[in-house]
Design a protein around this ligand. Structure first.
Ligand code: UD1
Length: 357
């Protein structure tokens, strides 16, 4: 069996790591196509090195652009790549523009498409990711759901017969990396002089939070007035938008820092007093590490983290301050994100579905 994975953005490289390992263990021929959506070494190359992912077979080098320009450039380049490799499955990940482009290209050329992390919904039609995931799920031949809630969404949209619950591959990576970094003091904490448990970790990168100056100013001011230092790990979009709007990131309790490598991020999150983020992945990572999380959004796809009390949604200045400084949540042993063996299940499901088809 030949599987062709299409990835392009940082969270997709993380999900690719356990899939690549499981594919190799099962003797599956695995072709990796990198669209080039993320190209900064700290957003791309270091993930391949740190997570032992083989270098991409094909790199499209598409780069940044408006949604249409970026997605269109990927589509234009992917047709020939898919035809050259003629895979049994095109595997697409998550909800970025790279996901949608690969799903559309594959489905038009009649290559079976499997969508990893299918069925997530925010029900917020202002989010580009919401369109990417809905369109990809409905184009896909196989929807691989990470959670029961995601599977329920797929069923409600009439996709039950094509959907399978496999668990969350991010759990696979996190558990693995957590073990590898246990005991190492993260360099970024030594560099900034932050003590274990004495700081918050923040990341803000979504368009809804960065592109409007008033919105971004509110978030930066809220974080800058918290009761402990805040290590803000800044995505290039945040740095660019803050500069464009004249918003200073090195203010109050904020300690800006360049993006972290994945193992470093896990080690820092685990040592923080709390995480404040608008990232989907980090909300879940905080939960798996049992670190309280505050999500700077009005909704989340990862509702289990909220239901179990480990994540609180916060929008306004007051909500952000109150949520971050709230008392510790009740301990829980719940495992809504699987047992760390989702990638094996994904490969098994692809093999079985191919035989059945
Ligand atoms: C994308 C995904 C988002 C995901 C995020 C993870 C879409 C619609 N969004 O958002 O779901 O959570 O990746 O990071 O696909 N830039 C750089 N260097 C890079 C890449 C981007 O400087 O290597 C800057 C550019 O100014 C670019 C901006 O970041 O215009 C946004 O990049 P883009 O890939 O369009 O979206 P993300 O915000 O990263």
């Amino acid at each position: 069996m030949k599987v062709l994975s299409v990835v392009g953005a940082r969270p997709q490289f993380v999900k690719l790591a356990p899939i690549s390992r499981a594919a190799e263990a099962a003797g599956v021929d695995h072709v990796i196509v990198h669209t080039g959506q993320h190209y900064d070494p700290m957003l791309s190359d270091v993930f391949f090195t740190d997570l032992s992912i083989p270098a991409p077979t094909v790199h499209l080098g598409v780069g940044s652009g408006s949604h249409g320009v970026q997605t269109g450039a990927m589509l234009g380049a992917l047709d020939a790549v898919l035809d050259e490799h003629a895979p049994d499955w095109v595997l697409v990940y998550g909800d970025t523009n790279s996901t949608l482009a690969a799903a559309v290209s594959a489905v038009k050329l009649h290559y079976p498409v499997a969508h990893l992390e299918a069925g997530l919904r925010s029900f917020n039609r202002r989010m580009p990711e919401e369109h990417n995931r809905v369109l990809t799920d409905h184009a896909a031949d196989l929807c691989l759901a990470p959670t029961q809630v995601a599977l329920d969404h797929l069923r409600a949209e009439g996709l039950a017969e094509r959907s399978v619950l496999v668990g969350d591959v991010m759990t696979d990576v996190l558990l693995n990396v957590r073990e590898l970094v246990a005991g190492d003091r993260p360099a970024s904490l030594s560099e900034t002089g932050l003590a274990d448990g004495g700081f918050y970790l923040a990341t803000i990168h979504r368009a809804e939070n960065t592109d409007d100056p008033t919105r971004l100013r509110t978030i930066v001011e809220s974080l800058a007035q918290l009761d402990r230092p805040v290590l803000i790990v800044a995505h290039p979009r945040l740095v660019a938008k803050a500069a464009e709007h004249g918003i200073e990131l090195a203010t109050g309790t904020l300690v800006p820092h360049r993006p972290l490598r994945y193992p470093e991020l896990v080690a820092v999150a685990e040592r923080s007093a709390g995480v404040v983020t608008d990232s989907g992945g980090l909300q879940k990572e905080a939960f798996l590490l049992r670190v309280p999380c505050t999500t700077v959004r009005t909704e989340t796809e990862w509702v289990e983290t909220v239901d179990l009390g480990w994540n609180v949604l916060a929008d306004t200045h007051e909500e952000i301050s109150r949520a971050v400084q709230r008392p510790a949540p009740e301990p829980t042993r719940a495992e809504p994100y699987g047992d760390g063996r989702a990638a094996e299940r994904v490969i098994r499901t692809l093999l079985e579905a191919r035989r059945a088809g």
